[in-house]
Write a protein that binds this ligand. Structure first.
Ligand code: ATP
Ligand code: MG
Length: 423
């Protein structure tokens, strides 16, 4: 009997797993340069944290959570997203009593029981950034700019930014009522009708053509913004324009819950089929209070690492080097023939690694042919070949695997020579 990874999950294996690490790093590099500090929260939390922090009426909470009792009967849930945990951690440790905004970033696995398909998995990876405790359009703009820079850092050119404002507790209630009145006049199924009462904005997000068609004349939140929300939104837009970040106004971009306020945005990529969102975020001024904390106006985003990888694949950004080889894990690969040479090579690769040159060697007693094949497969730039005769001469053959050029280098100098060559 053999096991398979559970439905909706998959393994990242070398060499692609190296590329996914690089994607994660590149996506968070801009926020790290902007004073965001790393936070790591548990992979599971009290179920109620997500029920309240993500919202009972969302798909995530109502259908997609991995919830289980622990041995003491507590209800725990594998995290489906990062924001609720970050806010919980800030409140628990009183970070909001210090300098504001509290700026944090995270990176990690998320779990949602979804209909598995390309770009939609049950275990996926997000990186996220949150800035808590300040109401300032420059902060919203900063996060959007930093998100856009992350995608740009990877060479992606096909990421579009959609932008909207959801209003606040002053103007949202009147808009919500106007939307509910409009929706009640439509021909909708029972489930959707039920949403009109609990989460009417979410109906605007319905993807079904028969619902979309009826929504054409729906009132839009942009037309109902109060003066303060309008000015705030204008400032965000003009800062983005000044920063050279292109965006598209999308008056139908919504998040259903009351604690999402003002700025909301999504990064989309057209090379991913129907799963087009590579990231999303916005302002959540009411979330802290929802979790029992003080008012803490905040803004954040989460970027989907797996979907970003797919977007890079779609743009042809993940091919190997000019020879079509996958990027190697090491720069140098040792091939030794005979027991004494093997012992010397063992020490030599260790010396190389200590000197900052990544190195591997042939294991398992392979002959020259098998070991050279290993060198080729490793993706290393150089092979070091050490036979008994070389050893007697205190020298080693350095073969450039991209040109097949081979030179003899004294053993005493080879570390320095290679250090010079791989930099
Ligand atoms: P979608 O509308 O595609 O379901 P979402 O609104 O649920 O996305 P968010 O909760 O905003 O997504 O999560 C932020 C990002 O995480 C998304 O833009 C996407 O890139 C990624 N993401 C969300 N769900 C999944 C999933 N099931 N598999 C892979 N990536 C995902
Ligand atoms: Mg979703």
């Amino acid at each position: 009997m053999s096991f398979q990874a559970p439905k909706g999950t998959f393994d990242w294996l070398p060499p692609r797993s190296e590329q996914i690490l690089a994607v994660r790093e590149a996506l968070v590099a801009p926020v790290r340069r902007a004073g965001y500090g790393y936070v790591e929260t548990p992979v599971f939390e009290d179920t109620q944290l997500f029920a309240r922090g993500v919202g009972e009426s969302t798909d995530i909470v109502s259908k997609e959570m991995y919830t289980f009792p622990d041995k003491a009967g507590r209800s725990l849930t594998l995290r489906p997203e990062g924001t609720a945990s970050v806010v919980r951690a800030v409140l628990q440790h009183g970070l909001h009593n210090g300098q504001l905004p509290v700026k944090l970033w995270y990176s990690g696995s998320q779990f949602r029981y979804e209909r598995a398909q390309k770009g939609r998995y049950r275990h996926f990876w997000q990186v996220g950034a949150e800035a808590l405790g300040a109401e300032d359009p420059a902060l919203d703009a900063e996060l959007v700019v930093l998100g856009a820079e992350g995608f740009a850092e990877l060479g992606l050119t096909g990421v579009r930014l959609l932008l909207n404002s959801l209003g606040d507790k002053v103007c949202r209630p009147a808009y919500r009522a106007a939307l509910q009145e409009f929706l009640r006049g439509l021909d909708l199924d029972d489930d959707t009708r039920a949403r009109i009462d609990i989460n009417p904005l979410r109906v605007l997000d319905d993807k079904r053509p028969e619902v979309r068609a009826q929504l054409a004349g729906a009132p839009l939140v942009v037309d109902h913004l109060c003066a303060a929300c309008k000015a705030y939104h204008e400032e965000v837009r003009s800062l983005l324009t000044a920063a050279g970040v292109a965006y598209e106004d999308d008056p139908r971009l919504v998040r259903g819950l009351d604690y999402y306020t003002r700025t909301t945005f999504e990064f989309v990529h057209d090379g991913l089929g129907s799963q087009s969102a590579v990231g999303g975020g916005g302002r959540y001024d009411g979330l802290s209070e929802m979790l029992g904390g003080p008012p803490l106006p905040s803004v954040g985003w989460a970027l989907g690492v797996d979907r970003t990888f797919l977007a890079m694949e779609a743009e042809g950004l993940l091919s190997g080097d000019e020879q079509g080889r996958a990027p190697g894990l090491v720069q140098v690969y040792g091939v030794a023939l005979g027991d004494d040479a093997r012992r010397r090579m063992f020490l030599l690769v260790d010396e190389l690694r200590r000197a900052g040159v990544s190195a591997d060697m042939a294991f398992g007693g392979k002959g020259l042919k098998g070991a050279m094949k290993g060198a080729d497969r490793s993706g290393a730039r150089f092979a070091l070949i050490l036979g008994e005769r070389d050893l007697a001469a205190q020298a080693v053959q350095v073969k450039d695997l991209t040109t097949a050029e081979q030179t003899e280098v004294p053993l005493a100098q080879v570390v320095d020579v290679l250090k010079g060559k791989v930099q």
